[in-house]
Design a protein around this ligand. Structure first.
Ligand code: KG4
Ligand code: ZN
Length: 380
């Protein structure tokens, strides 16, 4: 099936106000015709969660409540006529943190109900895939992706491969059996003493590194499933070995209580306050970890695309921002690899607006009773 995507029977100027609050970004966007981004406002809570090394659900919900109204107002200001130009309201209803999802879903339902507009609940994973349909003016519209497609969704909460035969027609081919790819980046960054979020930090630490060794890959033969927890443990063991070595050599050099190069006393290896790691070692670990993740993700995506006769591979989710992954996948695949622009890889509401348009175009509309579904699956 090489024809262009099915043309939805909705007017090209059908405009949706979309909200996204599934994790730690409060976002609102206005999207016209399922593709054109009229506004895309994201209030990131990253700084708020950074000191905890990960997202704190209760803190996220409270911040969404504070940020939602200004973010929605900012998104509407960019639309001529404001509300008068809006034909429907959409919001993510899962998967994600239940308290966080509730804030955006309830706000969207209330806004739609008050203005007698259709309301469309959107699956966050589907939304990530639809980031590949978006065009941000003045960028010129390209043809929309044609079907069948293989999508690789790699985010902080999910890692999956799916076959898309048409809009809304998903077959889940495989998913992670433990950590999501982004979660692995975040946890390994923490082990290496790098900042949160771990993905950009590891990418930066790995840049320009001359490789000296490799880390294991969990291939899970004859399956499109993934596993990253063994790789994370392998990094942890290497770090512990390194710390033991450092303690021993410092102890020898000082002839007594081990000291760091700056003279501070160091704790025993694998303890709660670890021995500082040198930048060269951190770079090597970041490089080997990133290569291992990229190798498995690229190999499985390319294999699935060949097996199912896909005409393109879509990359989606926060980890799709990874430059090594984009490059490696593009080099290995014989078909086009389509990636959203960096700003649309991580959580945003424009992708929710795109997914909502194509759902509504095939007659899907949500009722006021729609609840959040924190563990919502793709295709459910
Ligand atoms: O899609 P997203 O914004 O949120 C979820 O739905 O989870 O993804 C966030 C994840 C984080 O784990 C972050 O470390 C990862 O995306 N990430 C990256 C990069 N930029 C963000 N991972 C690898 N390389 C990057 N450049
Ligand atoms: Zn996401």
């Amino acid at each position: 099936m090489n024809e262009p995507a099915t043309k939805p029977a909705l007017p090209d100027d059908f405009t949706i106000l979309a909200l996204e609050t599934s994790c730690d970004e409060t976002a609102a966007a206005v999207v016209c015709g399922g593709r054109t981004v009229l506004s895309n406002i994201v209030a990131s809570q990253m700084a708020l969660h950074q000191r905890f090394g990960g997202v704190v659900p209760e803190v996220a919900s409270r911040q969404h409540i504070l940020s939602l109204v200004p973010v929605i107002e900012a998104a509407l200001r960019a639309v001529p006529g404001g509300w008068a130009g809006i034909n429907a309201v959409a919001a993510t209803y899962g998967p994600g943190l239940s308290g966080a999802l509730l804030t955006g879903l309830n706000a969207a339902k209330a806004l739609a109900w008050q203005r007698a507009l259709p309301f469309i609940g959107v699956n966050h994973l589907e939304a990530h895939i639809y980031a590949n349909w978006l065009i941000t003016p003045p960028e010129q519209p390209a043809a929309p992706p044609a079907f069948p497609l293989v999508a690789l969704v790699v985010s902080g909460g999910h890692t999956l491969l799916a076959l898309l035969r048409d809009h809304g027609d998903y077959t889940l081919l495989g998913q992670t059996r433990d950590d999501a790819a982004g979660e692995a980046f975040d946890k390994v960054a923490r082990i290496l003493g790098l900042d949160y979020p771990g993905g950009p930090a590891i990418q930066q630490a790995a840049q320009g590194v001359l490789p000296v060794g490799t880390l294991p890959r969990a291939w899970l033969r004859d399956s499109y499933d993934f596993s990253f927890s063994g790789l994370k443990t392998a990094v942890l063991h290497k770090v512990q070995e390194r710390q033991e070595l450092t303690v021993r050599s410092l102890s020898k050099a000082t002839g007594g209580e081990p000291k760091t190069p700056r003279g501070r006393a160091v704790s025993p290896p694998a303890g709660a306050s670890p021995v500082p790691l040198d930048a060269a070692f951190v770079g090597q670990m970041a490089y080997a970890f990133q290569e291992s993740v990229v190798d498995v993700l690229s190999a499985k995506a390319v294999d699935a695309a060949v097996r199912y006769g896909a005409v393109a591979i879509l990359l989606a989710g926060g980890v799709a921002a990874n430059v090594r992954l984009r490059k490696e996948l593009t080099q290995r695949a014989a078909i086009p690899v389509i990636c959203p622009p960096l700003a649309l890889c991580t959580d945003n509401a424009a992708m929710v607006g795109a997914a909502a348009y194509y759902r509504f175009a095939v007659g899907v509309q949500s009722g006021w009773a729609l609840e959040v579904v924190p563990n919502l699956r793709l295709g459910a």
